[in-house]
Design a protein around this ligand. Structure first.
Ligand SMILES: *Cc1c(COP(=O)(O)O)cnc(C)c1O
Length: 364
């Protein structure tokens, strides 16, 4: 499939690779969507055709994730980073406090944004070990007074995954930007879920927010309208013009995922893909070192280092020559990072593992 278009193996952490079938369908429907005589880009968001796209996209996401009826699904702009602020504005009361778990850089950013809105309490911080693990749920302690507990299900930069749904007596708000739809998740364990689309859902420009009704009832009066979850929900994500085209592409992605076995099948594929790369790291006799501790290893983002900066540069160059791009690690962790989201093909993981083996044999 990829060969037909000269496509590379794109290991980018985000925006990430999209399924070729989705891009092909978008291409085929580009100039005339379903006989409307226009592109989805050109459609009124209040038109019947776009209404059907929005409704279908929400319905397919509900099916994929098993979202119960007492949750609203919103499609908002501003990226996951705006959600850091909106979460605190909407759910952190003036006289209250919110608990934050810091398993990496994104959780820390979410906490810092919330700090500007009210009092936060850091209940777990993996900074001392360089953000290489998630807490075991039973080791977390709460004073029970927090309005919510914020976690990041997958830390994209540090490659740290919770690997399980939390089970705590607080409303859990979760940033799922980099592993939503990567495996079955029990939505009922969360009060609010949010995710920027460009990692595992679709293109940049839209964020999905899944919020339980009782949380929306708690939203205070007087927030700026665009930052008010309740208002956005009452207007079904159409308070203003939504990111129509990004929503449409997400919708194509959801249909494609449903057709290929849903999140259960995706989870199996993701396990298999990640294992190929982790095995290459673990089988290298210490030449490659994974960043995250083994029991917190992300299935989506795999940061690893080589013995030296020089070898890293050479490795990246060799990978590029073999059609493997965007493997450079985030500057805060260094080394390399392979992001292997839902749409990333297994063949790319096999090609990377093979090159890693050859490179280590030659330079180890
Ligand atoms: C990328 C990312 C973000 C930031 O997303 P934007 O849409 O660029 O604001 C937040 N959280 C996580 C876990 C991410 O991976």
């Amino acid at each position: 499939m990829s060969q037909a278009y000269d496509r590379v193996y794109n290991f980018s952490a985000g925006p990430g690779t999209l399924p070729v079938e989705v891009l092909e369908q978008a291409r085929d429907e580009m100039l005339n969507w379903h006989g409307t005589g226009m592109s989805v880009m050109e459609m009124s968001h209040r038109s019947k055709p776009f209404e059907s796209i929005l409704e279908g996209t929400e319905q397919d996401l509900r099916t994929l994730m098993g979202i119960p009826d007492n949750y609203r699904v919103l499609f908002l702009q501003g990226g996951a980073s705006l959600q850091f602020t909106m979460v605190a504005m909407n759910f952190l009361p003036k006289d209250g406090v919110a608990d934050y778990v810091l398993t990496g850089a994104w959780g820390k950013k979410a906490m810092q944004a919330a700090q500007l809105q009210g009092d936060v309490n850091v209940v777990f911080d993996a900074k001392a070990t360089g953000y290489d693990h998630a807490p075991l749920p039973h080791t977390l302690t709460f004073d029970g007074k927090a309005a919510y507990l914020h976690i990041t299900s997958n830390e994209t930069i540090h490659g740290v995954d919770f690997l399980r749904d939390p089970s705590v007596d607080l409303p859990v708000i979760c940033d799922m930007s980099s592993n939503i739809l990567s495996r079955p998740m029990d939505v009922t364990r969360y009060a609010v879920i949010y995710a920027g689309a460009q990692k595992n859902l679709g293109p940049a420009g839209v964020s999905v927010v899944i919020a339980r009704d009782d949380m929306l009832e708690k939203v205070p009066q007087g927030l700026p309208p665009m930052l008010d979850y309740r208002l956005q929900s009452e207007n079904k994500s159409m308070y203003n013009t939504p990111p129509c085209y990004s929503i449409y592409i997400c919708g194509l992605g959801f249909k494609h995922l449903l057709k290929t076995g849903g999140v259960e099948a995706a989870a199996k594929r993701n396990e298999e893909k990640a294992k190929i790369v982790y095995d290459a790291i673990d089988g290298s006799g210490g030449f490659y070192k994974g960043h995250a501790q083994v029991n917190s290893r992300s299935r989506m983002n795999i940061p690893f280092t080589l013995p030296s900066e020089e070898l890293t540069v050479e490795f990246l160059k060799g990978a590029k020559e073999r059609g493997m791009l965007e493997l450079k690690g985030h500057r805060s962790v260094g080394g390399c990072r392979a992001s292997v989201y839902n749409a990333f093909p297994k063949e790319g993981c096999l090609a990377l593992a093979q090159f890693m083996k050859e490179f280590a044999a030659k330079n180890g």
